[in-house]
Design a protein around this ligand. Sequence first.
Ligand code: UD1
Length: 385
Amino acid sequence: MPETNYKDAKQQRMKLILVAGARPNFMKIAPLVRAINRHNERLENIATSIEFLLVHTGQHYDIEMSEVFFRDLGLPKPDINLEVGSGSHAAQTAKIMVGFEEVCAAEKPDWVVVVGDVNSTMACTIVAAKLGIKVAHVEAGLRSFDRSMPEEINRLVTDALADLLLTPSPDADENLIKEGIPKEKIKRVGNVMIDTLIDNLDQARQALATERFGLKERKYVFVTLHRPSNVDNEKSLTSIMGILSDLSKRMDVVFPVHPRTRKQMVDFGIWEKAKQSPRLIFNDPMNYLDTICLVEKARFVITDSGGLQEETTYLGIPCLTVRPNTERPITISHGTNQLTSLETIKSDIENVLNGYHRQCRIPDLWDGNAGKRIISELIKFQANN
Ligand code: UD1
């Protein structure tokens, strides 16, 4: 076989800006960084080397909402942090846009890669599209069909502007086609969040979080709640906390509290009372490894998070999602997820405790290789356009 002379190969460099802003973004960026590093390490890829800059918008800034994820996931320190902080949707989006425009003008990337559906995702997409920089959206095509969710607006705008739509599941492809997105722009690459779960599962198991929290496997419930629809409304939040307090009379309930939720509990005057339930175990927002460790050993999960709907499906743990809809229907059709409401949650909890929940099948392409497929789609697109 003739030897390839890599030294003589014409080198093409591709420069990416990877955008991360809020907690769930970090789990989606980690597999991309890994896949890029692996790509560059392979000698046969010398012809298409990839350079990347990691830009943190600063949408999430508390150590436990941001820095601990960089540490747990082995992410490099961001090259640039826009430090935008919190604010109204308009204020936060505008600040990100102003800061990110300067970064793009100085760095002139070939691609801006955005993930998920947070304000940072949409803000950076608008900036790049207006500067004529190609945008790749990881986790494209998810739709709750509920425009009262800020994330749904972010998804619609991002997908309308992106050049390459990298989807996790067939329902996402169908949504995009119905919206008139040309098929050639849509590439199903699988679930990048599951790459991170697979990469870190052994380490999460070694985190021994159950022991540290004094919990017994399958004898506790793991809870997270942060959606404005659940926690910004006094009646809903009071009612949910009452249900959790009742549940904690029967089993331990572990609840890492998002800063938004804690603030609302304090403002509504229910924080002090909630803390008195002895088996309702509140904690600060948890790092990734402890979270996965506690989810894997829980009896079931109550949440309104997008990521946890997917992680419980992969791990086969029953999940009650306190929302009227989900942009991740595959977690219901294939997985362990079930939507619940304040009216039905008590009976849904009884059903789960009585062992009623569907058998689960892990969706296709939730296999730990989504990051690799994303990088290869970017290279193909670059070569063909
Ligand atoms: C954001 C995302 C949501 C995602 C969630 C994950 C949008 C519109 N929403 O919601 O999709 O599921 O992140 O956590 O992008 N705060 C802190 N410290 C922080 C960050 C926030 O105290 O590090 C507090 C501030 O009071 C802030 C509030 O939390 O006003 C809400 O933060 P924000 O980023 O606006 O929205 P999230 O509810 O975190």
